[in-house]
Design a protein around this ligand. Sequence first.
Ligand SMILES: [Zn+2]
Length: 275
Amino acid sequence: MAKKATTSQETETLEQPITENQHLLDVDIAIEKRLVALYTLQRVDSEIDKIRIIRGELPQSIQDLEDEIAGLQTRIENFTNDINLKESSIKARNAEIEEHNAMIKNYEKQQGNVRNNREYEAINKEIEFQGLEIQLCERKNREDNAGIKELNQRIEAANLLLSNRQNELNIKKDELDDIIKETEKDEERLLSKSKEQEQYIDERYLSGYKRIRKAARNGLAVVTIDRDACGGCFSKIPPQRQTEIKMHKKVIVCEHCGRILVDDDIANKAAELLK
Ligand SMILES: [Zn+2]
């Protein structure tokens, strides 16, 4: 087979779409192996991506739970402070009531020594006034006691929610530990597989592969043909081009997105390798 391509043109193939007439790549039996290696590498790297996504989401949900727990603890703390304030108000009012009662006793004593009805009535007014003060204190105490009761109920509810969330958090943390342990092993195995596949791929294809993968949101640089379309960008692939892809004589990239295209035969061979 003719080797028409120069190195610079070959490098371009991964950056720019190849047209039908360009014979840019070495045509030899190694091409098929290279395609299989590229697709195998893609499969392995996609697995690694998946592990990293799973591991990426759990810490976030743990963080959310920890935030919620901190919020509940603050709420309980605030309720407790409110209760303490109300309790000291009640205590102060009880002391006040005692004072008013002492004054009433005093006034009653004075009433025994009055010289006339007018003085008696004046003292009576004072006693009445002290009585009203006591009633006011007692009403406020009742209100505060009701408030304390309600706050205690809210604390109870918050505590229940808090213990539920703490249980959930513990479960999630264990889950994360397990996943880290598990995936670390998987990831190591996959990474060494990825490195192994890289050996079979020329540097120029490898750097092209890495460049496309980095640019693509789904991390796909090598894709199969799916319903006559590129498996990466879903653009239609003309029949003539599909035939060329099936021949395994060139590394062919999608004209629209630049991803390397392989047929099912290559995909099956890669799947065999991964068994
Ligand atoms: Zn495409």
